[in-house]
Structure formats: C-alpha cells, structure tokens
Design a protein around this ligand. Structure first.
Ligand code: PLP
Length: 371
C-alpha cells in the first residue's frame, strides 16, 4: 500500500465546503487585503500563543526578519543561532545585514546546546541570539537560555515555526518568550492554503514595530517611519487559518497518538527514537529516530522499496552549507556533533489522522530491516 511521509489532505468533514463558501464571499466582495479575517486571526493566534500581541505576516522567514529588524539587528551585528535548523533561520540573519555564528547541537534533545551557547556568548558578544524549537518540542534547558540572555541583556528570538501548539511547563511555549515567530507553511502543524507566518510578543513597542515594518514602515497611509517591506498576510490566508484553528487540538492529539505508538513499538524493535524532554507537551510535528550513519542507507532502502516516505530533518548543518561560507563568522562548540546527528537522523511518517494500519506498515518495514 505504501505510507506517505506526510499527508495534509485529510481535512475534517465540512472544512473544504466552508472554505469554498468563504472564498466565494471574500472574492465577491473583493476583500483581499486586511480586514476582519486578519484582525480575528491575530486575536485567535494570540489566544493560542498566550501572548499579548500577535502580528500576522507573509511567511515564517519574514516573521524572523521582521523580528530581527524590530530588535534593531543590522549591519555589523553578530547573531548566534543553532547549527541545526532550517536554512531560513540562517538566511534571516544575513538578510537583515547581520553576521551569523552557529552553535552546536545537544545530542540528547537535539536542540541547541546550552553549554556551548554560554561559551559562545562570552566569545562573540552577539547583538541578539536565536533559539529554534525543533521537531515539535524544545530544549531541556529552555529556561536557562531565557534567563542567561535576560541577565546579559541579549534579546533572545525564538523561532517557533515547528512548535505551534507545544506546551512548556503546562503553558504555550510562546507565552514566556521575549519575541517569537511561527510559520503557516502548509506542512507545519497549523498549515495555511499557501504561505503565512506570525510574530508573538508581550512587548507592545516591539509588536507595533513589527506591524509597521510588515506594512512598508507605514505610520499613516502615505507616511513612512522606517523602511520596511510588504509582508502582509492575505485575507484569504487568514480566513483559511481561522477555519482550521478549531480543529487544531484534534489534529495535535491525533499526531500525538501516532507519536505514542512510535514510542511504544520502536524501542522494542531496537530503534533509537527520541523523546521530548520532560517539561514539554509535544505537538507531534515530527518523528525523530537516530541510526548509525553506516546503517541509515539500509533502512532507507527498505522504506523506499515498501513505498514508505521518510525525511532527514536536517541532512546537513548550517555551517557546512556552501551558501554559508561568505557570511558565517564562526561555528561554536568543539565537536561538531551537528554533522554526525545530521547523518544519523531519520524521520518516519507522521501526520494527523494517520491510520493504525499505516503505522503497522511502517513497523513491518522496520522489522524487515532488523531481520
Ligand atoms: C518552516 C521553517 C521556517 C520558515 O518558514 P516559512 O514559512 O517557510 O518561511 C523557519 N524556521 C524553521 C525552523 C522552519 O521549520
């Protein structure tokens, strides 16, 4: 039969019909920019994120760039970020004119390593730092990251593109972040009908700065307080997200059920499946297993034969990318564990409303590999 790595077409019944109706009404009225849908979405997002402010924007990469610009990061500034992340995190730093420096990965939670970060902070004296909450959870040292940055007066931006719906110590992970972002790329946990993103904060001045930058630096219709760009979220996108939000909890619990099944079965098959650290309630964005780099091609070959999708998130460190060379200031941490982790990581299929029979197919393939 085969199992896709991800299937985002399993919409709840009635959802597509209400979307078609929404498109019809908004199109008939030519309501394409701003308006009630965007205002309502921002209120809905802030409620979910448990933050005072939420600003919707064009995509998750822009959200990072808007956040960095709002923090005053620009030319001549160094920004620390994890060596293990999606390229957009690195790109955002370069695109605002700043210089990126990467920090190695912790082998247990697979997030940026706190001890390496602490040392890098002393050496580099960055203008700001970015932490990325990968795979649907975050660092076991998240409070330490937040407290250290606060005590040193270094703004910590949290790239939460993968953690919408994640709880940390019982609250939204975004709630106690100084400034955080998310993405509504269709494959993310809250996916749009195209691109979208948002910035979250409890700081009023930062929220207004982000809003202003996302709309050409406007202070009035033809008055400009800064040079920003057009990073507004379309009305249609906002409407789609508003229609999807009521189903988010159900999707997350369905994802988590599949995660639990993986935790239950994979260790008994001798597979090293990574669990989130204890303070996290994961959103089930990703399954993460580690294979010896010499073994990984073998399991991947069997998965391919059986038509089972898989991912390698991520196949390479930021600091090893060709595109990083002209920009990177340095790579911090002595071992470059990120390189090895990137050669070991294998993500098995995970998405909302995965069937038990699909999970069984995945397990059957793993059993065959182990034979
Ligand atoms: C998806 C993602 C982004 C970028 O979001 P887009 O909406 O695709 O621009 C940034 N950071 C991380 C960690 C991501 O996973």
């Amino acid at each position: 039969m085969g199992v896709p790595f991800i299937d985002i077409k399993r919409f709840e019944s009635g959802l597509l019909e209400s979307w078609e109706e929404k498109v019809r009404v908004l199109s008939k009225n030519a309501s394409f920019i701003g308006g009630e849908e965007v205002t309502n979405l921002e209120a809905n997002l802030a409620a979910k994120a448990e933050t005072k402010y939420s600003v919707a924007c064009a995509n998750g990469t822009d959200a990072l760039q808007l956040a960095l610009r709002a923090l005053g990061v620009g030319k001549g500034d160094i920004v620390l970020l994890p060596d293990s992340t999606f390229w957009a995190t690195f790109e955002a730093v370069v695109n605002v004119g700043a210089t990126p420096a990467t920090v190695d990965t912790n082998p247990e939670d697979l997030q940026m390593d706190f001890e390496d970060f602490k040392k890098a902070l002393e050496k580099v004296k960055p203008k700001a730092a970015i932490i990325v909450h990968l795979y649907g959870w975050g660092s076991s040292r998240l409070d330490d990251f937040r407290n250290l940055c606060k005590s040193k007066g270094i703004p910590l931006l949290e790239d939460g593109a993968q953690c919408f719906g994640v709880k940390y110590k019982g609250e939204s992970i975004y709630k106690n972040a100084f400034l955080s972002t998310t993405s509504f790329y269709p494959a993310k946990v809250l996916g749009g009908a195209g691109d979208g993103g948002a910035v979250f904060t409890n700081d009023e001045a930062l929220a207004s700065k982000v809003r202003m930058l996302s709309n050409h630096g406007r202070t009035s219709h033809y008055g400009y307080g800064d040079v920003g760009w057009n990073s507004r979220l379309d009305t249609l996108q906002a409407a789609f997200l508003n229609l999807n939000l009521p189903f988010l909890d159900e999707r997350i619990s369905s994802r988590r059920k599949a995660c639990q099944k993986y935790y239950e079965v994979l260790p008994s098959l001798g597979v090293n499946v990574i669990h989130p650290p204890k303070d996290f309630f994961e959103n089930g964005y990703c399954n993460v297993t580690l294979f010896d780099p010499s073994e990984r091609p073998k399991i991947q070959e069997i998965l391919k034969q059986k038509g089972i999708g898989f991912g390698n998130i991520y196949p390479g460190a930021m600091s090893d990318q060709e595109g990083a060379k002209p920009y990177i200031q340095g790579r911090y941490g002595e071992e470059h564990r990120t390189g090895r982790i990137c050669s070991s990581v294998l993500n098995l299929p995970l998405f909302p409303y995965m069937k038990d029979s699909e999970l069984e197919e995945v397990f059957a393939a793993v059993r065959e590999y182990k034979k």
